[in-house]
Design a protein around this ligand. Structure first.
Ligand code: FPP
Length: 247
């Protein structure tokens, strides 16, 4: 029985978020430059997309570039941006063939113009797809996102668009970049690091967390399926007792 067959199709997480980590270490182990790791990371992105479509996951968020990543050596940043543009250029056709719609979250205006342009083109060219939302987190950090949400909420309260007494948890969610998507039910991080790293802090409140030692460039469909199977074996209590959720 394949791993895919072991997945209960009625209990697939609606949204999976991934911290793709370990590209640099993967390259170093091979005596190569860090960018070689990122280039091979694209294979893992492709594999994850295929696995998400095959298993019926409807939303997949990938942490591709964090606000903190701007502190990396300029050559690595440039190479990553170029890789992003090349990948988007090369993959839009495949996204359309597989019913995948591209979205972004993060401070997109801080990306190089060329990058923004290519992203916008791919977003427009995949708008009609409905099978899977691919959400790329780019120049993203959760504290940045929450700070912006607070500012926008304040502005709307001051201008009278929003009543301060009507602010509830749902309101906060609506002001985040992810307002169009359900919260992730599963968060995967590769490379044996056990951190959230400023990723979707609000949205991950009740997510199951899955950590694997596999370095991102080695991550393949079966690794994705293993994470889903692990997710399905967990009991999600949302603060209740075990008895309450089984009756
Ligand atoms: C983390 O590994 C990875 C990144 C910061 C970049 C991820 C980018 C890609 C996989 C390629 C492009 C993606 C798309 C969606 C087109 P690291 O460099 O932090 O590795 P290390 O912890 O071993 O140093």
């Amino acid at each position: 029985m394949s791993l895919l067959e072991k997945i209960n199709k009625n209990n697939v997480p609606k949204h999976v978020a991934i911290i793709m980590d370990g590209n640099g270490r993967w390259a170093k182990k091979k005596g190569m430059m860090r960018i070689f790791g990122h280039q091979n990371g694209v294979k893992a992105v492709r594999a994850s997309l295929e696995a998400a479509v095959k298993s019926g996951v409807q939303n997949l968020t990938l942490y591709a570039f964090s606000t903190e990543n701007w502190n990396r050596p300029q050559a690595e940043i440039n190479a990553l941006m170029e890789l992003l543009v090349d990948t988007i250029n090369g993959e839009t056709k495949t996204l359309n063939e597989n019913g995948i719609r591209l979205h972004t979250i993060g401070n997109i205006e801080s990306l190089p113009e060329k990058c923004q342009k290519k992203l916008q083109e791919a977003i427009n060219n995949t708008k009609q797809n409905t099978k899977l939302n691919l959400i790329l987190a780019l120049s993203y950090s959760s504290k940045w996102e929450i700070t912006n949400a607070v500012k926008n909420i304040c502005n709307d309260v001051v201008s009278g668009k929003l009543n301060k007494d009507a602010i509830e948890e749902k309101t906060i969610s609506q002001y985040l970049n992810t307002s169009a998507f359900p919260d992730p039910e599963l968060m995967i991080r590769t490379s044996g690091e056990y951190r959230i790293s400023n990723f979707l802090l609000w949205q991950l409140a009740y997510s199951e967390l899955y950590f694997t030692e596999t370095l991102w460039p080695d991550f393949r469909e079966d690794d994705f399926f293993k994470a889903l199977i692990d997710f399905q074996q967990r009991e999600r209590r949302f603060g209740m007792t075990s008895e309450q959720i089984t009756v």
